[in-house]
Design a protein around this ligand. Structure first.
Ligand SMILES: [Cu+2]
Length: 307
């Protein structure tokens, strides 16, 4: 899976590398001088210790140089901070709700998901709300983290600059299943995003009444139908039409084998997508965030009916 990144990644990383570089140079300078003085003033060369009292020039120098350095660091950091707080007016606004223990996303047209889909190179504003306790909305790959506090409206924004996916975590310990409060941001091409955003029903499986299957909206909200079509044609992943009972060649630990798709196979395909790879496809299916036993049952039951 490609690693997505955003303008904020670039802004924060340049500050990070500047500060890390300046610190490394100072470390070299100080260590070098220490070694140099230890040799130069060794007792064998310099038997009589000598005391130095004041030196105005030295004191001014070692005050001014660090002050200038810190001011430059501040300027770099402040510029990145300004970038991160000033949202472009044309940003796509998505409502983010933090709850024990998952993230919910709601788009201006009312679409609701549990995975955050965003278009490449377009600014996205996230309005953060909590319905229960304090959570922290955290996308490490975008270098973004903001507390999500009940009764307080926080926000953040970014502009994705690389396609792919990145993890979303909760950064505030918020109870029993805090560690499972994960989701994903998926950066799509503008065309894919528009297709997803405007679609009411992603694909049609023959004469099957998709709206009668509870697994369809669930799979839509979990992002499955971006990669999987239900009409027998190939997408990023195999079509899920007629999947149950079909014989498939999969690769497990580098070895090919033939399997008949059954309950156990489907469960494994969802829980450990990288364990068995369908031949002819790339290992790009991400593990499904917040997949409960109930979701698993609903999805598997629906997949069985896609004939
Ligand atoms: Cu949380």
């Amino acid at each position: 899976m490609n690693r997505a990144y955003a303008n904020t990644t670039v802004a924060v990383d340049s500050v990070f590398w500047f500060i890390a570089g300046a610190s490394a140079l100072l470390l070299l300078l100080v260590t070098g001088l220490m070694v140099f003085f230890a040799i130069k003033y060794h007792r064998s060369r310099h038997p009589q210790a000598q005391e130095t009292y004041e030196s105005t020039l030295l004191e001014i120098t070692w005050t001014l140089i660090p002050t200038a350095l810190v001011m430059v660091m501040f300027w770099y950091g402040y510029r990145a901070f300004l970038t991160m707080r000033n949202v472009p007016a044309d940003a796509l606004t998505v409502k983010v709700t933090g709850m024990m223990w998952k993230w919910g996303f709601e788009y201006p047209n009312g679409k609701k998901t549990e995975v955050l889909f965003v278009p490449l190179n377009k600014p996205v504003r996230l309005n953060l709300k909590s319905v229960d306790v304090i959570h922290g909305f955290y996308i490490p790959a975008f270098r973004l983290k903001e507390d999500v506090v009940p009764g307080k409206d926080n926000y953040l924004w970014f502009q994705p600059q690389g396609m792919g996916a990145a993890d979303i975590y909760c950064s505030q310990f918020c109870g029993l299943k805090h560690a499972y409060m994960m989701s994903r941001v998926e950066v799509l091409s503008e065309a894919d995003f528009t297709a997803w955003y405007t679609s009411t029903n992603t694909t049609v499986a023959g004469t099957l009444n998709l709206s009668a299957l509870p697994g369809i909206p669930l799979m839509q909200s979990k992002g499955c139908l971006i990669c999987h079509r239900l009409d027998g044609t190939r997408g990023t992943g195999p079509s899920l039409l007629g999947i149950f009972g079909r014989t498939e060649t999969v690769i497990e630990n580098g070895k090919e084998k033939s399997v008949v798709v059954d309950d156990a196979y489907l469960r494994r395909a969802l829980k450990e997508p990288s364990a068995e790879i369908v031949k002819g496809y790339a290992d790009v299916m991400p593990p499904v965030p917040n997949l409960t036993e109930q979701d698993l049952e609903t999805i598997v039951a629906t997949l069985k009916q896609l004939k």
